[in-house]
Write a protein that binds this ligand. Structure first.
Ligand code: CA
Length: 399
């Protein structure tokens, strides 16, 4: 879960399941939550939670309407990638990241040696998830998870996380179990099930402690998580590139993967105009359409995706790490006069694309590969640059 202030993202290390249709019931109440907890108790006990632990931990758990609001609205406030990056990779966050790496250099270098994940990447996750430990979240984790499990749209998912959280409590691993709205907690905002699978005791005190002031365990756990998902040491997440005039925009999708030599032969160059460094096969991504920056992305991009699936988040982590390492800001401008489509507009776009004969793969408001391909096909049919960017212009032309 990302504490980019004002943004709304899914929790870390999770791909949230789709909400169950038709469970958009009323908001819920404290009484309703208490009834749900009584109902849940035998399931938790059957899963191995001792009754005494359950009763002590769940006593006083409160329904939190704000958590439900957050969950229901998280798709509403999509930012453009440039608005997101302005905050995620602000000059302040870069400067604090440089300071953090300096201060924790020995720790981060030991983590890098052990897990093969570069210190700037680990620092960038820390920087985005909790502003380097400053904002770790103060909502009771059990309350958030119980509220979301009871509220029901993703009940099974959050109930499983709640049981994992109760196991953490039962094991005496955490003293003050607070986090952000979806139950992620600690310096790098782990979900309870991720703690169980990936947390490590890096400082050797016998505890896998992601929550204390000392970030050692949390940062090593993050590196362990990224290594588990296939991090390649020394490979960039991506790099900004320049596309030649007349570039074929059918190539700008994660679905097209080519060796660097092929991109080079097609005229793709670094942002500075130089030859492309060879880090293996990659794809070209245009997160802001043809008038914004282009990136050549490598498999480490898909590893960061395991923390959070939003392209803006992945670019945010990667670019923040590059900046902490001393790299330059993104060279290209962005089409800043464009605004992000609202959820209703994104659904309308998909609906209208479908009616016009361009299959968007569903009307869910998600701008996935099928929708982008449909936008490209529509743009081609209308003689526009087929970059697949779901702009208001495209929607207006469909109306
Ligand atoms: Ca420890």
């Amino acid at each position: 879960m990302v504490l980019i202030w004002g943004s709304a993202m899914a929790p870390a290390q999770t791909i949230l399941p789709d909400p169950v249709e038709g469970v958009e019931n009323e908001m819920g109440t404290q009484e309703g939550l208490e009834a749900w907890i009584s109902d849940f108790r035998p399931r938790a006990l059957a899963a191995g939670i001792p009754a005494a632990t359950f009763d002590a931990a769940m006593r006083g758990v409160e329904f939190n309407a704000r958590v439900v609001e957050r969950d229901r609205n998280q798709n509403e406030f999509t930012k453009t990638v440039w608005d997101y990056l302005d905050t995620a990779v602000s000059e302040d966050r870069v400067a604090l990241g440089i300071k953090a790496v300096k201060k924790h250099r020995a720790l981060l270098e030991r983590i890098e040696a052990e897990y093969g994940v570069e210190k700037e990447i680990v620092a960038a996750v820390w920087g985005l998830e909790s502003a380097y430990g400053t904002y770790r979240g103060d909502l009771p984790v059990l309350g958030s998870l119980a509220t979301l499990a009871y509220e029901g749209r993703r009940g099974a998912f959050f109930e499983a996380e709640l049981i994992a959280a109760l196991r953490i409590v039962d094991g005496g691993h955490v003293e003050s179990f607070t986090g952000s709205w979806a139950g992620a907690s600690g310096h790098t905002q782990f979900m309870p099930s991720s703690w169980e699978k990936f947390a490590v005791d890096f400082d050797g005190d016998g505890k896998r402690n992601l929550w204390g002031e000392d970030p050692a365990d949390a940062l090593a756990s993050t590196a362990n998580y990224l290594r588990h998902w296939g991090w390649t040491t020394g490979q960039p997440w991506g790099l900004e590139v320049r596309l030649p005039e007349g570039f074929d925009y059918d190539q700008t999708t994660e679905r097209v993967v080519k060796p660097v030599a092929d991109w080079q032969a097609l005229g793709v160059r670094t942002a500075a105009g130089g030859d492309l460094p060879d880090h293996g096969p990659g794809s070209i991504l245009l997160p802001g359409g043809h008038r914004g920056a282009a990136f050549l992305i490598f498999p480490n991009f898909q590893v960061i995706e395991k923390y959070n699936t939003a392209d803006a988040y992945i670019i945010g982590i990667g670019h923040l790490a590059d900046r902490i390492r001393g790299g330059p800001p993104i060279a290209s401008g962005w089409p800043r006069e464009l605004r992000a489509l609202t959820l209703d507009e994104r659904r309308e776009l998909q609906d209208r694309l479908g009616r016009a004969g361009f299959d968007p793969g569903g009307v869910d408001g998600r701008m996935g590969p099928k929708t982008i391909a449909a936008v490209k096909a529509f743009q081609k049919a209308r003689g526009l640059v087929p970059d697949g960017y779901p702009s208001l212009e495209v929607l207006t032309l469909l109306r």
